[in-house]
Design a protein around this ligand. Sequence first.
Ligand code: EPU
Length: 429
Amino acid sequence: MEKIIINGGRPLQGAIEVSGAKNAAVPIVLATLLIGDKCIIENIPNISDVSFSLEILASMGCRIRMLSKNTVEIDSTHAEGGASPYELVRKMRGSYYLVGAELGRWGRAYVGLPGGCDFGVRPIDQHIKGFKALGANISVESGYIDARADDELHGASIYFDTVTVGGTINVMIAAARAKGMTVIENAAREPHIVDLANFLNSCGAKISGAGTDVIKIKGVDKLYGSTYAIIPDMIEAGTYMCAAAATRGRLKITNVIPKHLESISAKLEEMGVDIIENDDSVEVIGNLNLKRVNIKTLPYPGFPTDMNPQICVLLCLAKGVSILTEGIYDNRFRYVEELRRMGANINVDSATAIVEGGTELSAAPVKAVDLRAGVAMVIAGLAANGRTEIEDIHYIERGYDDIVGKLRAVGADIKKVIIPSPVSYQKAN
Ligand code: EPU
């Protein structure tokens, strides 16, 4: 078993570099399957969701070569549809992008149902609605999604009933090779959607409107390989911004697109944190008097749900009562129980957390219950005096590239340790 151990109470100081965005890297890596050619993807984060994606592609017959630590070459020329291993697919949410990629390339997809963090029910009805509109018949049986287009996929008008990042991405991937024009309305507008559209366009796709709520995709017969660099991870950046504020430190967070961080910067400023924005970095200057605020998570450009647990740690440190409302998932507050072990005073009533802040957090043994929940424990551990031990850190490693090394380099007393599994002894007769 691996754990992260933190001796907290030290302000973070210095510069920390943000890696490529997980939620752009996973769909872009998996979308290379659609291309049927050689692609070079740069600024790839070294995280387990990306390694799982590459392993899946390799097992489907793609040739994968790491050209450097953060650059991968993927040649999907000889890949075979329907060949993704169930045990890998179920390890991550983003594996459902294989459905869009296989359907777009072969007109048939056969993929295990995805896994991912547990925030309550996470249906994929909107993905299915989109694929059906493109002409696919879909059945879900024995843990697999089976999608077949009798004829070729054709363009369609699709109105999503809810704003869905995954649905928007999946339909965009499939529609890139469909015959005719697809129009997605009520599309998600996250920066990673724009990044995927830019990648597909660099391979010859004809996608416009990404970043707005209407995306138009004119299907093309053929796509070709390209070299493409992934955008910086706005959630990783936001996480380190919160870590700087929570430790009352001063951090320069580099390799970011400040525009993507606007909703996070605005809330931190409202809490009294000073933020200096540069072209491709932000500087966060924490102070002792954090102010209470109310926050509701929303689709982009609103405050991101993937920052809910991290900002909650700051609300615990701010004087007064703050209200944090979750607007995306029905069960994102599973981490609250862990924060309570550290002395947090939080009451959850369905989608709302009422946070009574102003008390110092105390170090404790805690668990990562999902990716962002896990990293919130890291922030809490950095802020609390004493030794915090975090279990189940494989969740954190799904989305944070070398978090321990990066935080150590800015003054954190943090390490990863391997704890031997308990041995069962047999009594001698
Ligand atoms: N939804 C439906 N039907 C669907 C699809 C979604 O009802 O067919 C609902 C979901 O249940 C949820 C809401 O719509 O309540 C939004 O879900 P969305 O589809 O936008 O989320 P996702 O694609 O499953 C991605 C990220 C998540 C991130 C969300 C929201 C990946 C692999 N995952 O999930 O990332 O929270 O968008 O921004 O890109 C994370 O990085 O920690 C993470 C969980």
